[in-house]
Write a protein that binds this ligand. Structure first.
Ligand code: UDP
Ligand code: MG
Length: 324
């Protein structure tokens, strides 16, 4: 069953960021189109190739040739999951936009349930992964990021890490107004307001390839999140400074009493080294936090595009240098 897509009539737009996902693409296409067909609504699928070095783009182009409801947006290099998702969102025209990963960890059969929630009146319907099939080194940092995101956005959800979600066009339009370079898409969607709900979904194991999030990219994402949503880290460093100075002061009084009231000999060098280490540590921490904010200001001032589109392919190729 294949209907010609009239852009003005599209109801659901599915956005799939892809980075080296050649093995999953065929199965993803089958499962996704089956789930979207089951909704009985008109739809389009925006595949975003985030600078893959394997055959992902080639295979996606073949799929576009066989199904005109598909569109392939190729970025000029690898920009990352969040820029790729944002780029995909900017190319949608549907009333409801669904984001999902290409690695088959999200199950497209959940799309009709997300849609139901949107039709019930929610602006954003998100997924809460049950029995997550990821290793501990991947789930533990996610729990920390989730806790931080709840604090930063003020919207308490169980699973900010699940990229699959559905949102109304108005939420996408709001997202398109953000200009910052270091974004946490999921956090920003909550931060921008609206009625949000969560549905429980089954999480699947990654069948092909491996997670594109190494421990370093997770740390980077967490720092982005903390410094992107608040100045709390700066305030915390200030508080830490006050607390340690107070401790140092109390310690000094104790040592003075010990030496002059009780006449106990102290090893001055050890005491001095301990105190110096505490203060050097605090200084470096403070510098690091400030450096992070200055780094953010630097990249905002540079105002480079968040991503660069190389080509937009929709059966008949058109070259563009659409950037944001
Ligand atoms: N992804 C991307 N660009 C990147 C890294 C990942 O477009 O630089 C895509 C990836 O192909 C997948 C989704 O983003 O569709 C989520 O990535 P991954 O599965 O590695 O993340 P995890 O499931 O471990 O959170
Ligand atoms: Mg994954």
């Amino acid at each position: 069953m294949q209907a010609k897509t009239d852009a003005s009539q599209v109801y659901i737009s599915a956005v799939v960021p892809m980075f080296n996902e050649e093995e999953s693409l065929g199965q993803l296409y089958d499962e996704l189109t089956a789930a979207l067909d089951a909704t009985g609504r008109t739809y389009e699928v925006v595949l975003v190739d985030d600078g893959s070095s394997d055959r992902t783009a080639e295979l996606a182009q073949d799929l576009c040739d066989s199904d005109d409801r598909l569109m392939l947006v190729r970025l000029s290099r690898n920009f990352g999951h969040h820029p790729a998702s944002t780029c995909g969102m900017s190319h949608t025209s549907g009333d409801v936009v669904v984001l999902l990963d290409a690695d088959l960890q999200n199950d497209p059969v959940d799309i009709p349930r997300l849609l139901e929630k949107i039709e019930e009146g929610y602006d954003v319907a998100r997924c809460w992964r049950q029995g997550r099939k990821d290793p501990f080194w991947r789930t533990f940092p996610s729990k920390c990021v989730n806790w931080l995101t709840c604090k930063a956005t003020g919207v308490k959800l169980h699973d900010y890490g699940c990229s699959m979600l559905a949102m109304r066009r108005c939420v996408v339009n709001r997202m398109m107004r953000f200009t910052e370079r270091s974004r946490h898409v999921s956090g920003l969607i909550s931060w921008s307001g609206g009625k949000v709900c969560e549905i429980k979904v089954r999480h699947r194991e990654r069948k092909f390839g491996s997670s594109k999030y190494g421990i370093l990219s997770l740390i980077k994402l967490t720092i982005n999140l903390m410094t992107g949503f608040s100045t709390i880290p700066l305030q915390l460093v200030g508080l830490l400074g006050v607390a340690t100075s107070l401790l140092g002061f109390i310690g000094a009084i104790y040592l003075v009493i010990k030496r002059y009231v009780y006449g106990v000999d102290l090893d001055g060098v050890v005491v001095a080294i301990a105190i110096i280490f505490v203060f050097i540590g605090i200084n470096f921490l403070a510098l690091g936090v400030m450096g992070e904010y200055i780094g953010r200001i630097f990249s905002e001032v540079q105002a480079r595009p968040y991503y660069i589109v190389d080509t937009v392919y929709r059966k008949r190729s058109e070259k563009g240098d659409d950037e944001q």
